[in-house]
Design a protein around this ligand. Sequence first.
Ligand SMILES: [Zn+2]
Ligand SMILES: [Zn+2]
Length: 170
Amino acid sequence: MKIVLTESGAKNKKYTVHEHVQFTDLVPVFDAEVSGSFLVSRKKEEIYDLEGEFTAVIVTGCDRCGCRIEFNVGQDFFYQYRLGEEPELEPDHDGTDENCEIVYTIDPLLESSEILKEQILLAMPQQSLCGEQCKGLCDQCGINLNENQCKCKENSDNSPFAILRKLQNN
Ligand SMILES: [Zn+2]
Ligand SMILES: [Zn+2]
C-alpha cells in the first residue's frame, strides 16, 4: 500500500494494511502474513510522524533442522520523516525521542511493505527453532536427528563421544 505523507494534510491520516510479505533475499526464505496500521500526522510542512504497529504470522524453516515452523511477531514503531535532503551534519539533539528513527526522504511516497519488512526483521528472534530441544541435522550425513539416529558421531575419532569413550576405557 502506498502511504503519501503529504496527503495527511492538517490532520492525522490512518492506514490499515493486510499484506503478504515475502523475504526472498534471505536464507532461509520466509513469508509473513501481516496486519498493521499506520498513523501519519503532520508536524510541520516538511515533517511527518508515522506511528504504527503490526502483528505478523511468520512461516519459515527451523534454523537447525529446516522443518516448517510458524510463529507470531509484532511490535510498535515510530518514525519521523523529513522531506528534503539529509543534512551533512545532524543538527544537535533537539529533544526528539531517541527511539524515534528520523528518515530523510525526497519522495513523500512510502511503501508500507518496505516499512513492514524492516520492522519484521527487527522483531524476529535471533534464532527460529521448532523447539529448544531441536537436535538439527547431522553435519555429516544430513539426517534429521529429531527423527533418526546415525552413527556418524560415534564413528568419528575426533568426536567428543569418541574422546570420552577413550577416557573411560583408560
Ligand atoms: Zn528444528
Ligand atoms: Zn550422520
